[in-house]
Design a protein around this ligand. Structure first.
Ligand SMILES: C[S@@+](CC[C@H](N)C(=O)[O-])C[C@H]1O[C@@H](n2cnc3c(N)ncnc32)[C@H](O)[C@@H]1O
Length: 220
């Protein structure tokens, strides 16, 4: 099937697969398939492995990622989603904060090949330790799967200019194991709205990611 462009800048599709143009042709990051067409190479973007791909598969409308965007990414893990943002924001910067030294080693290896990736070993709940290393991010993306996920997001609010877009990947069972996911999502939406983030989109991520929701907000 021919590769086609999509409504989301920098994201392509082949049948039901989402794709991003490979910034480092010939290399894979997490075992994803590669597709070559008309002299270009694309990486398959797996919605079961990346909540941002799941957000798009669930019809996500907000897509602020541009070739030169500056993204602050909290909870980078080994860099699965980070690598696709690095493809999309090819001339921008992805500053990736990760607390686990084990995952950070993978991020460092990724950054050796991807010059737009700046990995920082640190705690996303303590932005005072990395704020001096950031410019003015256009987008904040958080996926920490922690009980205090709202508090961590809010502590990073000051780093953003008005009009910046925030993506909070909410793991309902992290916030409260007993509460229904819908109640957790609604409560998070209210808390962020009260703190100066206007909710502009929300998607549950089933069937790709159980009990997860993607909340997209704009800083007022
Ligand atoms: C669900 S995984 C991230 C997956 C990754 N976002 C992706 O899509 O490829 C959550 C990550 O957040 C990290 N994390 C948890 N608490 C953190 C904190 N306070 N600061 C930075 N990273 C944190 C964990 O070590 C873990 O790697």
């Amino acid at each position: 099937m021919p590769v086609r462009s999509t409504e989301w800048e920098g994201v392509y599709a082949d049948g039901t697969w989402l794709l991003t143009p490979n910034l480092v042709p010939g290399t894979v990051v997490y075992g994803e398939g590669l597709i070559r067409e008309k002299g270009r190479e694309f990486r398959r973007w797996d919605a079961n492995r990346s909540k941002l791909a799941a957000y798009l598969k669930r019809g996500g409308r907000v897509w602020p990622f541009r070739p030169r965007s500056s993204v602050l990414y909290l909870g980078a893990g080994s860099g699965t989603t980070v690598s696709h943002l690095s493809d999309v924001c090819a001339e921008g910067t992805i500053t990736a904060i990760e607390i686990s030294p084990r995952s950070f080693r993978d991020l460092l290896a990724l950054a050796e090949k991807r010059s737009n990736l700046v990995p920082i070993l640190g705690d996303a709940g303590k932005p005072e330790f990395y704020r001096g290393r950031l410019g003015s991010p256009d987008v904040l993306y958080q996926d920490v799967a922690q009980r205090d996920q709202e508090g961590i997001f809010l502590r990073n609010l000051d780093l953003l200019p008005a009009g910046a877009i925030g993506f909070l990947m909410i793991k309902a069972r992290s916030a409260d194991v007993a509460a229904s996911p819908i109640k957790v999502f609604e409560s998070t939406k209210r808390t962020l709205a009260e703190a100066g983030f206007e909710p502009i989109d929300f998607r549950t991520l089933e069937p790709f990611q159980a009990d997860h929701g993607a909340l997209v907000v704009m800083k007022r």
